[in-house]
Design a binder for this molecule. Structure first.
Ligand code: NAD
Length: 392
């Protein structure tokens, strides 16, 4: 009888594990089902562009049914409500249940609000296509409101968190806001676009030279940096900073941090600070029939430090998890996870970027970094296409 592989999440880790499992197992050997909250595979590394109206939704939301057509992989659109790893059962909101012989947890990460009062209730996030659409509509509406109200809070945009998500978003808004202002007859000089970062510097993963390059490029397009200043409280439209200063805004976007999926953290598999711990084959250390891919797991590097949760790690984990499930069923040797890091690229709007690429960390800035970022997206899309060709 064919085995049941259940994959929770249709992001980078989930999609790649499904394709990889299908490339290693025939339909007679295993039935594969992917459960995802929405019907699309979302290219979340490009959401900042959607949030600024700089890319069409269809470029970042690829329908799973269409992507997996003819691959004998079932797609279920639904929200996971409960995972029971002892009884090998998954319950969806609405009552549907699924059982499995092997489970892949690929549920990604959630926004971390660090318990900051009022933050969750009064901020936007950028974790999904729906978030990005909501944000773009709101930004446009705020400028439109400002044209009639002259209320400064309508023309004030605050991004909380100067990691990659916050910086890429602020770069895109800096490029797109002038055109939105023109559309509604608003002077862009009336707009305040802040990036607030608790640490002394934005993007600490890059060299001081690249950080300076990014800072100057964004300042030249109107971004004001408030570094070394944590957001401590949000009360309706009023954002309070560590030094007691306040900013009134109708648009606060929180990009200040992520944490593993709470469903995974609470389902009974062993976790480390809320993210599932895995062995070198990407099996849960407590439940060998549970495999992990992406941000909901923690993978430690050779120096004992956890790797940051990135898309490139998620897709490599997914690919190995799928192959290792096949080995697990067949009783053959599973491979160990040896991630390859191609570097980090940050876009700074439509035409600018910085990056550190390859094993030796070659630094890129300007058009080459921007083009490389676009190429890395294209490489991902062609990679999944290659896997489609391999799948039975
Ligand atoms: P992050 O955790 O990397 O950055 C969050 C930032 O918010 C930090 O700099 C932190 O100091 C700051 N912060 C925290 N609390 C704050 C407060 N109270 N007030 C102000 N600032 C505060 O989060 P992220 O940028 O969403 O990235 C999450 C993961 O996704 C990372 O591993 C990142 O590498 C990855 N990512 C990669 C890319 C890319 O490769 N281009 C793009 C986006 C995200």
């Amino acid at each position: 009888m064919s085995k049941q592989i259940l994959i929770l999440g249709g992001g980078y880790g989930g999609l790649l594990s499904a394709l990889s499992a299908r490339a290693h197992l025939t339909h007679e050997e295993a039935e594969i089902t992917v459960i995802n909250r929405v019907g699309s595979h979302q290219i979340i590394t490009e959401l900042h562009r959607l949030a600024a109206g700089n890319v069409a939704e269809k470029a970042v939301a690829l329908p799973l049914e269409k992507l997996l057509k003819g691959k004998q992989i079932n797609v279920v659109v639904g929200t996971v409500d409960e995972i029971n790893v002892e009884e090998r059962r998954v319950l969806l909101l609405g009552g549907k249940t699924f059982s499995y012989d092997a489970l892949v947890l690929a549920l990604g990460s959630e926004t971390n609000y660090f318990g900051i009062p009022g933050l969750q209730e009064n901020s936007f996030t950028l974790k999904s296509v729906a978030d990005a659409n909501r944000l773009f509509a709101h930004v446009e509406q705020s400028i439109r409101n400002y044209s009639s109200t002259n209320n400064k809070a309508d023309a004030t945009f605050v991004i909380g968190g100067g990691g990659l998500t916050g910086v890429e978003l602020v770069g895109e808004l800096a490029d797109e806001l002038p055109a939105i202002c023109r559309k509604y007859g608003v002077d862009f000089a009336d707009v305040s676009l802040y990036l607030v970062e608790a640490m002394p510097s934005i993007l600490p993963i890059f060299s001081a030279e690249l950080i300076e390059r990014a800072t100057i490029s964004l300042q030249n397009r109107g971004v004001e940096f408030l570094t070394g200043l944590a957001i401590t409280e949000v009360n309706g439209p009023t954002v309070s900073l560590k030094d007691g200063r306040t900013i009134d805004t109708h648009t606060l976007v929180w990009t200040g941090g992520v944490q593993g999926s709470s469903l995974v953290a609470n389902c009974g598999v062993e976790v480390n600070r809320g993210r599932a711990t895995v062995n070198e084959s990407l099996q849960s250390v407590s439940h060998p029939d549970v495999f992990l891919a992406g941000d909901c797991a923690v993978v430690f590097g050779p120096e004992g430090r956890p790797f940051p949760p990135t898309a490139q790690l998620a897709w490599q984990m997914g690919e190995l998890a799928g192959a290792n499930i096949a080995a697990h069923f067949k009783g053959t040797t599973m491979d160990s996870f040896n991630p390859v890091f191609s570097g980090t690229l940050a876009s700074l709007g439509r035409k600018d970027g910085i990056g550190s690429v390859g094993g030796s960390g070659i630094e890129l800035k300007g058009t080459p970094a921007s083009l490389m970022k676009k190429a890395s997206n294209a490489r991902y899309l062609s990679h999944i296409n290659g896997l489609f060709a391999l799948a039975y």
